[in-house]
Design a protein around this ligand. Structure first.
Ligand code: C2E
Ligand code: MG
Ligand code: MG
Ligand code: MG
Length: 278
């Protein structure tokens, strides 16, 4: 009896594994074709100025409309795209699309707000990035300080010297740089010293309890004070409540981002947001 049961179980597991492998291959195949199929879009999450509550810019976040079946979130495909070597090309599409959108806002006579794009490790290992970014900006007539880029500390691990050199070149071209998810990496302070950044983005894990846990509040206050000493501005990520906003404002956080103000918005809704809030 138990031998038979074991055989059934083995059959069950191998079928389940077979299905998982098939799903994964299907995902890979779809992802490889997604760029050519025009299935990517950008959503734009506002960054709100603490001083006057107005929109100061946006972060562009990638969405994949997989085969018209609805939007897939980056958590489900960014890592795979990177593994498959697709993220350099997809990342250039993101830069191009963000520049195109900024030009569209300008053409509609709206205030010129900077848009930040997220970089991937492979992009920071690609010397062609600098030239391609410059070309995209020129093609759409984007001013030097119109485009921002967000990098994480963990992106520096592969080849830090190369990555830092690329970031310096981008910065010299006028691109603004932020350290994303600040405080969650391995050697934040070392990179703070060496990276030519303008902004720190306080990771959501510190923001979540800023109004309820004095340790988190002290950590936020300390990181904000340090950033200001270094001449950097601070964006708090993942602000979801008025209490969090107030606690961060009391600690002189410069900018807020989070569901309390707005979710990432499709381009047309971001356009309305600019009209209403700038
Ligand atoms: P990230 O750059 O740290 O972006 C912030 C993430 O937090 C976004 O998730 C955003 O939708 C979410 N978020 C914003 N406000 C709140 C809030 O109040 N509460 C909560 N719970 N979440 C909030 P999303 O869009 O799913 O992106 C996840 C990550 O995927 C990003 O983290 C970024 O690392 C990566 N990513 C997104 N777009 C791109 C891209 O174009 N290129 C690359 N390389 N990575 C990207
Ligand atoms: Mg980001
Ligand atoms: Mg972030
Ligand atoms: Mg984050």
């Amino acid at each position: 009896y138990s031998k038979e049961r074991g055989r059934d179980q083995a059959r069950f597991y191998s079928r389940a594994m077979g299905e998982a492998v098939a799903l994964r291959l299907e995902l890979e195949r779809d992802l490889r074709g997604a760029l050519a199929a025009g299935e990517f879009e950008l959503h734009y999450q506002p960054k709100i100025r603490s001083s006057d509550g107005k929109v100061a810019g946006f972060e562009a976040l990638l969405r994949w409309n997989r085969g018209g079946r609805g939007l897939v979130s980056p958590a489900h495909f960014i890592a795979l795209a990177e593994q498959l070597g697709l993220l350099v090309q997809i990342g250039m599409w993101v830069v191009e699309e963000a520049c195109r959108q900024m030009a569209a806002w300008r053409a509609q006579g709206l205030p010129q707000l900077p848009v930040a794009v997220n970089l991937s490790p492979s992009q920071l290992a690609s010397p062609a990035l600098v030239e391609q970014v410059a070309q995209a900006m020129a093609r759409h007539g984007i001013a030097a300080d119109g485009l921002e880029m967000e990098v994480t500390e963990s992106m520096m691990m592969e080849d830090p010297e190369q990555a830092i050199a690329i970031l310096h070149t981008l910065r010299r071209q006028g691109v603004k740089l932020s350290i994303d998810d600040f405080g969650t990496g391995y050697s934040s302070m070392a990179y703070l010293k060496r990276l030519p950044v303008d902004t720190l983005k306080l990771d959501r894990q510190f923001v979540t309890y800023v109004a309820s846990d004095t340790r988190d509040a002290d950590i936020c206050a300390g990181m904000i004070a340090l950033a200001h000493k270094l001449g950097l501005s601070v964006v708090a990520e993942g602000v979801e409540t008025e209490e969090q906003r107030a606690a961060l404002a009391a600690r002189e956080c410069d900018l807020f981002q989070g569901y309390f103000f707005s979710r990432p918005l499709p381009a047309d809704q971001a356009t309305s947001f600019i009209r209403d809030r700038s």
